[in-house]
Design a protein around this ligand. Structure first.
Ligand SMILES: [Mg+2]
Length: 208
């Protein structure tokens, strides 16, 4: 496994980890509301939960990470760890790309919890990038759920699969509704890449 391998850029929250499920449980506690009152059909900024009058999203996020170990305790999305292990066995280099360093003074906790969580679910990866500009890391195919990230990646010609959730219904495909879809789409992309000898780096692939 080296830099000449086929690289899969993987987002964590909402793709590998059940971010919205975990946040819903924590937000119910923080807002002192029955969980049923918080719709699971959320948009990206969680505005449906009316967190503004309790201090806003950033306070909820800080509470979730520092007091409820959000990044260590969230459940993975169904089949995600096992499919990533299979993809790794196909010689695909897994590059985690996450924007979890979103708030100041929570970086150490966020990084520690993230790495502990990846180990505890035996999620294979060779690289981990904590950054917002996902296109800058160079991957042959990306999987992400955030509408903004997907639009930006595609704008820069990056082959990007949308991982379906309530935040991204408006985006065009290709999309994966499950990790078995991810497996198929990523293996197809790798096959295309392997079958085209002159395509050797992140700038040479065709947007889906
Ligand atoms: Mg995400």
């Amino acid at each position: 496994m080296d830099e000449s391998s086929f690289i899969l850029g993987v987002d964590l929250d909402g793709v590998v980890g059940d971010f919205y499920g975990a946040m819903r449980r924590i937000a119910a506690e923080w807002l002192n509301k029955p969980i049923e009152q918080l719709t699971a059909d959320v948009s990206y900024a969680l505005k449906e939960w009316d967190v503004a009058e309790y201090g806003g999203y950033e306070r909820l996020h800080r509470f979730a990470v520092t007091q409820r170990s959000l990044f260590r305790d969230m459940q993975p999305m169904r089949d995600a760890p096992a499919v990533l292990r299979k993809l790794s066995m196909h010689g695909i280099r897994i590059r985690i790309i996450t924007h979890r360093l979103y708030l100041k003074y929570v970086h150490k906790t966020s990084i520690t919890q993230t790495v502990d969580w990846l180990d505890s679910w035996d999620i294979p990866y060779w690289d981990i990038c904590f950054m917002k500009d996902k296109g800058a890391v160079g991957a042959h195919v990306y999987i992400d759920d955030s509408p903004d990230n997907v639009v930006q990646l595609r704008k820069h010609g990056c082959r990007t699969i949308v991982f379906t959730n309530s935040t991204n219904h408006s985006l065009p495909g290709p999309r994966a509704d499950s990790w078995h879809d991810v497996e198929r789409l990523v293996l197809d992309a790798k096959e295309e890449w392997t079958g085209t000898p002159d395509v050797s780096g992140a700038s040479g692939y065709n947007p889906l």
